[in-house]
Write a protein that binds this ligand. Sequence first.
Ligand code: PLP
Length: 431
Amino acid sequence: MPKDMNDIVSIFERRESEARSYCRGMPATFTSASGSEITDDTGKTYIDFLAGCSSLNYGHNDPDMKSALIDHIANDGITHGLDMYTDTKAAFLETFEEKILEPRGLDYKVMMTGPTGTNAVEAAMKLARKVTRRRNIVAFTNGFHGMTMGALSCTGNAGKRAGAGAGPLCGVSRMPFEGAFGEDVDTLAQIEMMLDNPSSGIDAPAAFILEPVQGEGGLNAASTEWMQGIARLAKKHGALLIVDDIQAGCGRTGPFFSFEKMGIEPDLVPLAKSLSGMGLPFAALLVKPEHDIWKPAEHNGTFRGNTHAFVTARVAIEKFWSDDRFEKEIGEKAEMLTGALNDIAALVPGAKLKGRGMMQGVDVGSGDLAGDICARAFEKGLIIETSGAHDEVVKVLAPLTTPKDTLRKGFNILLDAANDVLSAHNKIAAE
Ligand SMILES: Cc1ncc(COP(=O)(O)O)c(C=O)c1O
């Protein structure tokens, strides 16, 4: 056991790859977590406004999920079953069908992919190309879809793309997301023109892939009208519509699916992050039945369908999605969040609110300022991250289950942090 913090830091610096990231801005060693709070090895407790980047929408160690999992393990339930039939997989699928799909009038096959979001995106891209026999995929400015080669080719961020070195990130055409050129530019019309013009140089697309709220790309939230426009263009051009709900789904924007009130029905929906309910690795691709043309094992993988996650995901759905109470609660908390972010925006000239539901933030105009606010918030006991092309958005991703009092405490810390940082910046500017 390391004796002090220096020893702990040194083992990470000595042995862990330079690819590590979140730990650099949050230099603590965490040892336990419950609900919306996480504690480090000095006993300091932090409010968690990062929630495993939306993997912990129901908080840390939900007692019902935890006890169901403990019972499952104590009873020698299956831990690993490849993709064989198990009682836990059946129970998860039945619950997902009964409480998520049927009430929303949705009909999807559930494909168990490898356990990370990026693998569900890979499966979606492969399937779209297989169904349409086309290669080109239309992805959008500021989109983030994962870090494996295919998903990364759809991801916009230059820093993330640099990780592939000179590797081929190909087969994708980039189009402007709604608002990419400012409010007055109709990006839908531009995209339509590019696709309609046989000399635009854009190959007929296999799919459009997009996030209704861009989680990593700055919390740009597409309007219903724009999403419907993209769905219409996909149909018109014989392409599949892939709505990546990995970060925005599972209640993050309010409803279970971020698109479900938009009057669109995507062909393919990658899900991951909070799907397991408890932060366990688990991803799936929802596939319209007519597109489920895979032959057995054509998208294979040893860890498809995490059996422990089937247990916790079932409990999460039963507990939070059996009626509309949770969605209403998310709406109330989202209003509180908007109010708190308005207070912060009022401190920064030109600041703008971004996002939707419990996936909101404030664009403070510079990555340095947003980074300083998050760093100060961390010192004061709040875990929070930035988002956006220049990391210019202070992004709140609190667990959806965060009690209102804890939310208020977190908002106060954030406001204090913003005040501290802005006073320091103003003082420097005045000198
Ligand atoms: C919208 C979206 N798609 C895909 C991914 C990739 O998921 P994972 O990190 O589990 O591979 C992420 C992760 O942040 C995401 O936000």
